[in-house]
Unconditional design. Structure first.
Length: 252
């Protein structure tokens, strides 16, 4: 399989997206797959949509795309404010809303399953490290939530949504990128790989996160980008709440 860059949760962060795409090309990526949440939070949603629509072989619908279509139900006030502004921006660009409305919730390729949240609830279920066996209450050795997800896949499944990179294997164990030297061999087996977030990392590391995949081995990448300019763009947009800019600088 040709080397594929898998990106997620760009959230309208154009400097982060450009830095990630440049790194992926430098590393020899020939294809691009996107797991959703291109928009929401950040100041450049339509620019990110335009670039990725042109570039990606597959784009999955995220919960922020869904909220642009249906309204920000269940969103916190900051995220909801960003969705209202984002929808107005998207409506200014011809064809973008229809494009969003046609995005699939799941794509199966020869080597991978692509969803935004989880295999059992593609749009909006979170799968955290805390759902894996090492973090369950004492003496519990079974996670019904993860079992439900693994029933829906028979090969590596790529997700985003939590904005925290890592792998959950078929034994329901968690491996962080640092624990595998940023290289995880799936051996083609069912597992759930979270590629992290390009535009709003939440693990305390402000660098953009994405992954490369050759059909078997996942390589986790962290990329330095101009965080200040992404934050400033949010602060300078009147209808976007300022804390959404500040959190980029703090990495959560
Ligand atoms: Zn997201």
């Amino acid at each position: 399989m040709s080397l594929t860059a898998i990106i997620s949760d760009i959230h309208g962060n154009l400097p982060a997206l450009e830095a990630v795409l440049a790194d992926a090309r430098e590393r020899g990526a020939e294809r691009f797959w996107c797991l959703g949440d291109i928009v929401g939070y950040g100041a450049n949603p339509t620019e990110c949509l335009t670039i990725l629509r042109e570039l990606c072989q597959h784009i999955i619908r995220g919960n922020h795309e869904q909220a642009v279509l249906d309204g920000p139900y269940g969103f916190n006030p900051l995220a909801a404010a960003a969705i209202r502004w984002t929808r107005a921006e998207v409506l200014k660009v011809e064809d973008q809303l229809p494009f969003i409305s046609e995005l699939p919730e799941r794509v199966d390729t020869d080597h991978a399953v692509l969803v935004h949240g989880s295999p059992s609830q593609p749009l909006d279920e979170y799968l955290f490290r805390e759902d894996t066996l090492d973090h369950l209450p004492r003496n519990r050795d079974y996670s019904p939530k993860l079992a439900r997800s693994f029933r829906h896949i028979d090969r590596p499944c790529f997700v985003g949504h939590t904005h925290i990179p890592g792998v959950i294997d078929g034994e329901f164990r968690w491996t962080a990128p640092a624990e595998c030297d940023n290289e995880y061999d799936t051996r083609g087996l069912a597992c759930i790989v979270n590629v992290g977030s390009v535009g709003q990392p939440r693990d305390g590391d402000t660098r953009a996160s994405y992954a490369l995949f050759d059909g078997q081995v996942v390589t986790f990448r962290r990329i330095i980008y101009d965080v200040e300019s992404a934050a400033l763009a949010i602060l300078n947009t009147r209808d976007l709440p300022d804390p959404l800019g500040r959190r980029l600088i703090e990495g959560w």
